[in-house]
Design a protein around this ligand. Structure first.
Ligand SMILES: O=c1[nH]c(=O)n([C@H]2C[C@H](O)[C@@H](COP(=O)(O)O)O2)cc1CO
Ligand SMILES: [Zn+2]
Length: 159
């Protein structure tokens, strides 16, 4: 008889998004994303980090101070990185799993590349205008979004 405690597709892909987030150097918020096709094949992954070649030991990681001296102008979001990391054809009808609800800039990229569904874990910035704008654009563009339903399954990895 087959094993019964295997993880679901949703748990598999959100788990990979969570694992990707572990690569983030951001001391405050680590975000991971995983893009899959409708046949449950993984297409791409990403996490929030400085653009390639921009030394993440030199770049600022703070949240405040002058715009040129904090992270926000520089950091590339997990969702955008996962789109840009894709090496195949196109992302039409793909699904993106993200550990955080996409901001308005990532929402635009998600829509424009043809992703049709967003599965998110945290919506901790739901009250911000950025997230409200994301949802407005997703609604207009017909991109579905739904929260990941955690089932309390714990997995410990000894890395
Ligand atoms: O959807 C997102 N994806 C994403 O990768 N990020 C990144 C940018 C920053 O590195 C970090 C947010 O930082 P903070 O929570 O300290 O404001 O998360 C932030 C959002 C939401 O704004
Ligand atoms: Zn974003």
């Amino acid at each position: 008889m087959k094993r019964t405690d295997y993880i679901s597709w949703d748990q598999y892909f959100m788990g990979i998004a969570m694992m990707s987030a572990e690569r983030s150097k951001d001391p405050s918020t680590q975000v991971g994303a995983c893009i899959v096709d409708k046949n449950n094949r993984i297409l791409s992954m990403g996490y929030n980090g400085m653009p390639a070649g921009c030394d993440d030991d030199t770049m600022p990681w703070g949240k405040s101070g002058a715009p040129l001296d904090n992270k926000y102008f520089y950091v590339c979001h997990a969702e955008l990185n996962s789109i840009l990391n894709y090496r195949g054809g196109n992302l039409k009808d793909a699904i993106i799993y993200s550990t955080l609800f996409p901001c308005n800039e990532c929402a635009k990229a998600i829509i424009q590349c043809g992703i049709k569904e967003v599965v998110y874990m945290s919506d901790k910035y739901a009250m911000t205008e950025s997230t409200i704008a994301s949802k407005k654009m997703f609604d207009m563009a017909g991109v579905a979004y739904r929260p990941f339903e955690a089932k309390g399954r714990k997995i410990t990895l000894n890395l």
